[in-house]
Design a protein. Structure first.
Length: 71
C-alpha cells in the first residue's frame, strides 16, 4: 500500500508541474498578444494623434512591451 500511495503522490506532483507550466505558457502568450494588439493600434495612429497622447513613433515599442506586464 505504501508504494501505491507514493506513486500516486509522485504522479500528482508531475501533473501539478505540467499545469503550472501550461499556466505560465498561457500567461506568456497572453502578454505577447497584448503587446501585439497595442503595437498595432498605436502604429495606426497619425503622428498628430500620437503627439496628443504624449507619444512618438519611437515610443510605440516600449509602450507595447509594457502593456502585458500589468496583469
Amino acid at each position: 500500500m505504501t508504494s501505491i500511495s507514493a506513486t500516486s503522490h509522485s504522479a500528482s506532483n508531475t501533473t501539478g508541474g505540467i499545469m503550472r507550466g501550461l499556466r505560465m505558457l498561457a500567461s506568456i502568450l497572453g502578454d505577447w498578444n497584448d503587446a501585439r494588439v497595442t503595437r498595432r493600434a498605436l502604429s495606426r495612429l497619425s503622428a498628430r494623434e500620437l503627439d496628443d497622447i504624449g507619444l512618438t513613433r519611437f515610443d510605440i515599442e516600449a509602450v507595447a512591451t509594457r502593456s502585458g506586464q500589468f496583469r
